[in-house]
Design a protein around this ligand. Structure first.
Ligand code: ZN
Length: 439
């Protein structure tokens, strides 16, 4: 049995809940690790997680859960009803990335996929294989501890997180109408922090993100006769520089907002004025209302620049993908953090710094953005450390925020969060989090 501290924690009923979770985790561990390695070796792109979801569904069914496949595409929902009480939803994600794995693992992926852009390599470089394996591990722990809790456990393996599509797809497929509406939603992500540690943060934790494609229309012609044309290159150039004034002049200085024009494409050669120009813009912020304001400012500026430049028709806007800011519910964070302190010891917990990365997890809790109506549902999203102790010790800097800058991050071909301690911690963190509501 693995314990993270020497002291045992006795719950209100005098039972050693920490030890019981640890024993169940240990009993399930080899199977979960074997599942993880299979998932890792066979990564799949967003909404194509056919093998992945089949393996997960089968594992959850074997554990006695009522499993439904194909929710929101390839999503899996597994429910265990165990008497009266609240409904807790645990979420893992399943999709991988078009990256060539270079971890040197003997179960590293060598898979590829065919896409519109050609053949791409595939890798679980964000550890979603770990997240969904931990959901299965927590499912085993909770099934083994059925006598110790009552309520409903709802587990989901979500497709397509990387393109911010899977959470919405599951909600649009009637997730809460069909399987019940949870009272709290719990999720986790691995990160470069000390393996065995767990990070929490109340309030704004991850950024809202919009990726916007824009077409600026001109009227093409000969480069020697600009007066007979409308030059979209000049309009686009003004747009790019003027967009910089949003963050510097329209956003309060205490707020963090990023506006990046990551793509600017027009024309074919020097003596041809092109017909149109294409931009792709990445917007990030931590406040959903401010985020909408920034996107509106971008549209206003581009429309006005097009008018100023005599554009023959209004610009076209297309949202490529989008997610809202992740705001952890403070009281729920505190409840889960206490359960994790009992499981792992206070010394294994850290205060999570805010991340500029984004997640589609918050759609599950946001009634308006998630489109499910009624009240928002409180959620807690925490972070499990994935860096082995030796590597952590030799990394320069103090604390998570400083050391993170020197470590491989998710989406790197070298990133590997699936060590045994991280997996054990991820399984126990989910089970302890659920039991904070159900035990
Ligand atoms: Zn991820």
């Amino acid at each position: 049995m693995t314990t993270h501290t020497d002291s045992s924690t006795i719950d209100d009923t005098g039972n050693d809940l920490k030890g019981a979770i640890g024993a169940q985790m240990e009993a399930a561990f080899d199977d979960v690790q074997a599942l993880y390695r299979r998932l890792h070796q066979y990564p799949e792109l967003p909404f194509q997680e056919h093998e992945t979801s089949a393996r997960l569904a089968e594992a959850l069914e074997t554990l006695g859960y009522a499993v439904t496949r194909g929710v929101g595409g390839t999503g899996v929902v597994a429910v265990l009803k165990n008497g009266d009480g609240p409904t807790v939803m645990l979420r893992g994600d399943m999709d991988a990335l078009p990256i060539k794995e270079d971890t040197g693992l003997d179960y590293a992926s060598t898979r590829t996929a065919e896409t519109e852009g050609g053949t791409v390599p595939l890798m679980h470089a964000c550890g979603h294989d770990l997240h969904s394996s931990c959901v299965v591990g927590a499912a085993a722990v909770m099934a083994g501890l059925k006598e110790r809790w009552s309520g409903t456990l709802m587990l989901i393996c979500q497709p397509a997180e990387e393109i911010f599509g899977g959470a919405r797809a599951m909600l649009d497929d009637g997730l809460y109408d069909r399987f019940g509406r949870p009272d709290v939603i719990l999720g986790q992500h691995n990160m470069p922090a000390l393996a065995g540690s767990v990070g929490h943060r109340a309030g704004g934790t991850m950024a809202a993100c919009t990726n916007l494609a824009v077409t600026i229309h001109g009227a093409g012609g000969h480069g020697s006769m600009p007066a007979q044309t409308v030059d979209p290159v000049v309009i686009a150039a003004h747009v790019v520089t003027r967009l910089q004034t949003i963050v510097s002049r329209e956003v309060p200085p205490e707020e963090t907002v990023v506006v990046t024009v990551g793509k600017l494409a027009a024309g074919t050669q020097a003596n041809i004025i092109p017909h149109s120009a294409e931009l792709e813009i990445n917007i990030r912020s931590f406040d959903n209302a401010l985020h909408r304001q920034v996107v509106a400012s971008i549209e206003r500026i581009i429309r006005a620049e097009c008018e100023a430049g005599r554009s023959p028709k209004p610009p076209a806007f297309r949202v490529l993908n989008e997610t809202i800011a992740l705001h952890n519910h403070p009281a729920s964070v505190e409840r889960v953090r206490r359960a994790h302190a009992a499981q792992f010891g206070e010394e294994s917990l850290y205060a999570m710094p805010r991340l500029n990365g984004s997640e589609d997890f918050p759609f599950f809790g946001n009634a308006e953005a998630g489109g499910f109506g009624g009240e928002d549902i409180p959620y807690v999203y925490w972070f499990i450390g994935a860096t082995p102790a030796e590597r952590w010790a030799e990394t320069p800097g103090e604390g998570v925020a400083q050391k993170m800058r020197h470590l491989e991050m998710p989406h790197s071909p070298y990133y590997f969060p699936g060590n045994a301690l991280t997996m054990r911690t991820g399984i126990e963190a989910m089970a302890a989090g659920a039991l904070a509501y159900l035990a």
